[in-house]
Design a protein around this ligand. Structure first.
Ligand SMILES: [Zn+2]
Length: 376
């Protein structure tokens, strides 16, 4: 199959919804052009933004912590933790251990925490239950297996924020290095019904301890502001992945993993093997394209990077043996799943309708009315 490549980035028609203009420029590049200017700041503006943010966080609570930060050990969350240190605030750092941490990520988290002297709470997942859920998602043949981890992290942060009465969540989400991910490659992380439905069909255990929140609750939390305010400090500065890595290396002796989200052995295997082989999806394309648009690398750099194999053969063998053994799949069982036709998340139960309804009726006036009621 021939793929058409954007003339400015390295996104191609493996994104089923991509559109090109008459110059062969993709919709992601066109959309990003007008958006990216909102995330450019002078040094002074950056300083002011962080000072304002620090003030907001400090005055927002009389409790022990100003904010909660979910730290995976990856670039973005590590850099948010670094900014918290710079802003001289007291965050509670939460690490969610789903059983797949690489040794490097564990070491990176230790280095950052010890230098910043922040409180760290590590939540270790119930592994037999999580293993069964991951096995179910593989058997279901859906594209976004990471829904499980991302959902659990969101639900956990919400629970802890409530428990410690922390008003703010500092998130590592950022536009400059994360924009342009094809929507068809992801599923909504809040879809608890999808998780339950897939587990019911393919799992061998009931869900008991896995942290969950359903879509309705997520939307109510958003609407009433009871889930804490999510702040995105990386969108308040000139965020660049390469500069962030350099700072983390210099200040903390932090070590890079070689790919976005490769701090988890599972995520690496999923992104660099399962997605390309089973779904024809190479997440390096949108990741590198975002860096091109952010002026961090050239298109030629990205094309050169894409020529490299996703995995070195020996490394693939080692990771595959490790992942299959840990998930309890035989090689033939796994190969068969890899060859089966992919399924849509919508082939299973989903609370997408709640989300659609929310999007349809979410209007500013409704928010204003609710805010008015809340003040009464
Ligand atoms: Zn493009």
């Amino acid at each position: 199959m021939d793929f058409q490549l954007c003339s400015q980035c390295v996104t191609d028609t493996s994104d089923p919804n991509i559109q090109f203009d008459s110059n062969g420029v993709c919709n992601h590049c066109i959309e990003a052009k007008s958006e990216l200017v909102k995330y450019r700041f002078t040094e002074e503006q950056e300083k002011n933004n962080l000072a304002k943010l620090a003030h907001q966080l400090r005055t927002g609570t009389s409790g022990k912590y100003h904010a909660v930060i979910g730290l995976s050990g990856g670039v973005d969350s590590s850099y948010v933790t670094h900014l918290a240190k710079q802003m001289d605030i007291r965050p509670l750092i939460v690490h969610f251990d789903n059983g797949w941490n690489s040794d490097k990520s564990v070491a990176n988290i230790k280095k950052i925490i010890s230098k910043c002297s922040f409180d760290l709470e590590t939540l270790v997942i119930n592994w037999p239950e999580f293993k069964d859920l991951q096995r179910s998602f593989f058997k279901a043949g859906v594209i976004d297996i990471e829904v499980l981890t991302d959902h659990a992290i969101m639900a956990t942060l919400f629970k802890l924020r409530k428990q410690y009465r922390i008003p703010y969540v500092l998130s590592g989400a950022n536009f400059t290095t994360e924009h342009g991910m094809p929507l068809a490659w992801l599923w909504r992380k809040q879809d608890a019904t999808n998780i339950k439905s897939i587990q019911q069909k393919f799992g061998t255990k009931p869900i008991k301890e896995f942290p969950m929140l359903n879509s309705f609750r997520f939307q109510m939390i958003k609407l009433f502001g009871t889930g804490g305010n999510y702040l995105e400090p990386l969108n308040q500065i000139n965020y660049s992945k390469s500069k962030a890595i350099k700072t983390l290396q210099d200040e903390y002796g932090w070590e890079y993993y070689g790919g976005k989200h490769y701090e988890s052995v599972f995520t690496k295997f999923y992104q660099a093997y399962v997605l390309p082989i089973k779904f024809g999806v190479d997440k390096r394309r949108p990741h590198l394209s975002a860096l091109i648009r952010n002026g961090e690398i050239t298109r030629d750099d990205a094309l050169y990077e894409l020529k490299k194999p996703n995995y070195e053969p020996l490394e693939l063998q080692l990771d595959m043996d490790f992942v299959l053994k840990k998930l309890g799949f035989s090689k033939s069982e796994f190969e068969q799943m890899m060859q089966e036709k992919p399924h849509s998340h919508l082939d299973y139960g989903s609370d997408q309708w709640i989300f659609d309804l929310w999007m349809k009726y979410r209007t500013d006036s409704l928010r204003k009315i609710l805010a008015f009621i809340r003040r009464k």
